[in-house]
Design a protein around this ligand. Structure first.
Ligand SMILES: Cc1ncc(COP(=O)(O)O)c(C=O)c1O
Length: 363
């Protein structure tokens, strides 16, 4: 029986990683904005075509700190169809999450529903580019401007995603990335805030370092969310192999798509021609309802294949969000009941995909 995991971490050359780590050794500087940290911020800005990046020890702390830096109050409109960290960050800032429905095609926040949910308490919109599919920034930005709201993108899945060659990380007031080991690009654990304003970057850098403005000044209490030098060495070495890895993911995704074209019970999200995707996930919709989806998942598992119900349940259904405001979430519920993320990573090969599809087709 095969043993196929849903993801596998992208590993850089070990020698390259060691060579870069030696810089930290030689400097005797392991964390707190060292040489490798500065190099990784610079190289990521160049690679991603963005103005400012603040590295973080994970994406969740990047989200929490970005919301804090923007001085939000009251309610934040977000999606129930995401990983819980998105909405956790709202509660960590003592703000109220307001969950609104998603568009059934993109699986991202439905902008028309966002506008309906705005009240005098709303201070921000927090959409997610789910699976790296770009949100409708034009509409969301218009809504944010019309109502004087901040727009923060959870771009945890959207490393280097572009529309007509322009990075989507430049949208809104800021974007948040996750560099967790399961993500397309990783620093093992890690994350970042991307923004266009030096003032905002400086504030975020201050808040991720306990809130220190200088050794004797702490105007606002922050947190410790710094990324260390060894993880930065891993990130720098990984930048050398990321293009190759995304290309492999693209080939595997096309292979899956070609093989599934005639499937009677599996269908795929629609892809846009003007988007440069990063192929971070391979989601499929299983028709026949939740039971059928769970049956397919079980069958895969029994045959050594790990797939994920990513995202089920909806975040808004977690007990921790019982007191949040929820609007009609019908599309999100339907998608959550039919979604399955199949294995996708650069270690996978075409014969693994044939095997996965055969197992599913027999259910
Ligand atoms: C949509 C989304 N937002 C935020 C996060 C949090 O990132 P991290 O795991 O780096 O804290 C994740 C992680 O999986 C995610 O999928």
């Amino acid at each position: 029986m095969k043993n196929i995991n849903v993801s596998s971490p992208l590993l850089p050359s070990f020698e390259e990683f060691m060579e870069l780590s030696k810089i930290a050794w030689d400097n005797k500087w392991l964390t707190n904005n060292g040489e490798l940290h500065k190099r990784l911020e610079d190289e990521l800005c160049d690679y991603l075509d963005v103005k400012y990046i603040s590295l973080f020890s994970n994406g969740t702390l990047a989200l929490i700190t970005a919301l804090q830096a923007l001085n939000l109050k009251g309610e934040v409109i977000t999606t129930p169809y995401t990983f819980t960290a998105t909405a956790n960050s709202v509660l960590w800032n003592n703000l109220k999450p307001v969950f609104v429905d998603i568009d059934p095609i993109t699986m991202n926040l439905d902008y028309a529903e966002v506008e309906k949910a705005i009240t005098k308490y709303t201070s921000a919109i927090l959409p997610v580019h789910v699976y790296g599919e770009p949100c409708n920034n034009e509409k969301l930005n218009q809504i944010a401007e019309r109502h004087g709201l901040k727009l923060i993108y959870d771009a945890a899945h959207a490393f280097n995603v572009r529309v007509n060659e322009e990075s989507i990380l430049n949208w809104g007031d800021c974007s948040i990335l996750s560099f967790h080991a399961t993500k397309t690009y990783s620093t093992i654990e890690g994350g970042a805030v991307v923004c266009n304003s030096l003032e905002l970057k400086n504030k975020i850098d201050q808040l991720k370092n306990f809130g220190f403005e200088s050794v004797e000044s702490l105007p606002e209490v922050g947190i410790n969310a710094k990324l260390n030098e060894i993880q930065c060495a891993f990130g720098l070495a990984s930048l050398k192999v990321i293009d190759q890895s995304i290309l492999k993911r693209k080939e595997l995704s096309s292979y899956y798509a070609d093989k599934l074209i005639d499937s009677e019970f599996l269908s795929l999200p629609i892809k846009r021609n003007d988007v440069q995707y990063n192929y971070s996930y391979f989601p499929v919709f299983v028709s026949g309802g939740l039971e059928k989806r769970d049956e397919v998942l079980k069958r895969l598992q029994n045959n050594g294949v790990i797939a994920r119900k990513y995202f089920y349940p909806l975040v808004s259904d977690f007990e921790g969000f019982a007191k949040s405001r929820k609007l009609n979430l019908k599309n999100a519920e339907d998608i959550s009941n039919s979604i399955l993320c199949l294995p996708l990573h650069s270690e996978l090969n075409f014969s693994d995909i044939d095997y996965i599809i055969n197992v599913m087709e027999e259910s």
